[in-house]
Design a protein around this ligand. Structure first.
Ligand SMILES: C[S@@+](CC[C@H](N)C(=O)[O-])C[C@H]1O[C@@H](n2cnc3c(N)ncnc32)[C@H](O)[C@@H]1O
Length: 291
């Protein structure tokens, strides 16, 4: 067994993931003197408290369960939610595309269940969230606190981002709401030059509308991606993609706030005016000097 300086010992009050023989997962919070009940048997929390993470425990019916601490992805998929959360594959991409790092100031809207907030805070960002619904905001705060604690640099305000942004000099704005183009006039004044705006949208119609709107703002370097995530079935004589996968979640669009160039206005308009040229083949990774 690997060395341990105490970090692997499970303690009362923390969340753990129980995994049964059929790989079903259960997220529970350890409380002394209580039990977890499933149709596969009962497990006393006292058998888990003090155990090593990664241990196997035996339930009342003799069935075995693995116990590990949940990852962020496990928590996002299993936590209580009001609004639909952003899937872990997209959360991961957002962290890279929006270049989220410790100390980066982020405005997030809408906050929903707090899944994106959790990923942003885990990456070290300072997060202000705007959310229309008080019940969702409360849910997000509870979910965030359970993961990163109440000291996290996180504040949620109940307000409509379409009506304006009070913050200034923001490094990033990350959006998961239906009409992000309505945020652009506010984002322009709330962000610092060079800042990154990132928007998650479920449909390509919305994405297209956002890209068109971006083309008439000081935002440039716009790009859109979709993340396809395929798991594999790996057993000795059977190694192949799994039959099922999450077919579609959403599209991610990023753009950067640029310093106005008096010789080129509006900023991305040419790209749209010459949309026919956009189909000409280009090599991935080729550095272009074209404007
Ligand atoms: C899909 S949910 C966000 C989920 C969140 N990204 C997560 O991962 O848990 C969209 C949220 O945007 C909020 N919303 C929609 N329009 C808004 C607006 N104009 N200003 C602030 N929040 C808004 C909704 O109330 C909803 O909670």
């Amino acid at each position: 067994m690997g060395s341990d300086d105490g970090r692997s010992i499970l303690v009362e009050g923390e969340r753990v993931l129980l995994v049964d023989a059929k790989e079903r997962q259960y997220l529970i919070t350890l409380r002394a003197g209580t039990s977890f009940h499933t149709h596969m048997g009962i497990i006393a929390h006292d058998h888990l408290i003090g155990a090593f993470e990664g241990s196997t425990v035996v339930g009342s019916t003799g069935r075995r369960f693995l116990v590990v601490r949940p990852t962020l992805a496990d928590v996002v998929l299993k936590m209580p939610r009001g609004a639909q959360v952003i899937y872990p594959k997209d959360l991961a991409a957002i962290m890279v595309l929006a270049d989220i790092a410790p100390g980066v100031s982020v405005l997030e809207a809408g906050v929903g269940s707090g899944a994106l907030s959790m990923a942003l805070l885990r990456a070290g960002a300072d997060v202000v969230g705007y959310e229309l619904r008080e019940d969702f905001a409360d849910r997000a705060r509870t979910n965030v606190e359970a993961l990163v604690g109440e000291q996290a640099p996180y504040r949620v305000e109940i307000r409509d981002i379409y009506e304006g942004i009070d913050e200034r000099g923001l490094d990033r704005i990350v959006l998961d709401l239906p009409e992000p183009w309505r945020v652009l006039p506010h984002a322009e004044v709330a962000m610092r030059p060079g800042g990154i705006l990132c928007s998650y949208l479920p449909t390509i119609n919305q994405t297209s509308q956002l890209r068109n709107a971006l083309a008439h703002t000081p935002f440039g370097m716009a790009a859109t991606v979709e993340v396809l995530y395929r798991t594999w079935h790996v057993e000795t004589r059977s190694v192949r993609p799994d039959h099922r996968m999450v077919g579609h979640t959403g599209f991610l669009t990023t753009a950067r706030l640029l310093v106005p160039d008096p010789d080129r206005s509006p900023y991305n308009a040419k790209k749209y005016e010459t949309a026919g040229d956009a189909e000409s083949p280009s090599e991935p990774g080729l550095v272009s000097t074209e404007f």
